[in-house]
Design a protein around this ligand. Sequence first.
Ligand code: 13P
Length: 255
Amino acid sequence: MDKAKRKAVIAGNWKMNKTPKEATALLNAITPLVKDADCEVIACVPYVDLAAAIEATAGTNVKIGAENCHWAESGAFTGEISTGMLKEIGVEYVVLGHSERRQYFGETDETVNKRTKAALAAGLKPIVCVGELLWERECDITEEVIARQIKLDLWDVSEEELKNVVIAYEPVWAIGTGKTATADQAEEVCAFIRAQLAKLYNQAAADAVTIQYGGSMNDGNADELLSKTDVDGGLIGGASLVAEKFAAIVAAASK
Ligand code: 13P
């Protein structure tokens, strides 16, 4: 399948930014700018902003995502949020396995896999993040790291379920550092991810998966990154907090 047939997906990952009131204001600024987008547009926002974000985007083409979810349906998991809670208020996407959760909150491939399966079972669309550390790239084990993450994070995810999965390739050294992977580096790993998916599933299933690049993507470099064959979208941190910058990336993906 050629790139044109895959769905381009531009998602903002707001991380721990914006109060509910600020979320409403930012989304009110974003929605008119992206209304003609020819790609999927998503804002992944902090839990407490979700209700305001869903209200602010009602009737628009902007979808709302959460930044994590737990795998259990309910129970004694203080501080956690279930897939059912997200579904009930109208959340469609959920970021899982972000490197900040892996680095600071003890997220492992095993827990990413549990969350991914729970999200899919609940009808949420997971954006599963993978990526190597700078040290791993320097030691030339990027492919080993990515292959392991893809295999473990998607363990026991069926071919049918894979249709609802978005993969985000986020080299950890490029996140929030202003140091973007070159378009060729992004393409190399995104193509490798697709090859791994073809091994684990089959070529047709792999060809249908949307693979995003994330890591200092902005309005200045989006065009080039998104021009690459296996880069189908972006997961945007900093630039997603500025309406005009985010809209410019959406416009680049809509070409
Ligand atoms: P930045 O765009 O701020 O580098 O963040 C990328 C990211 O982590 C998105 O999930």
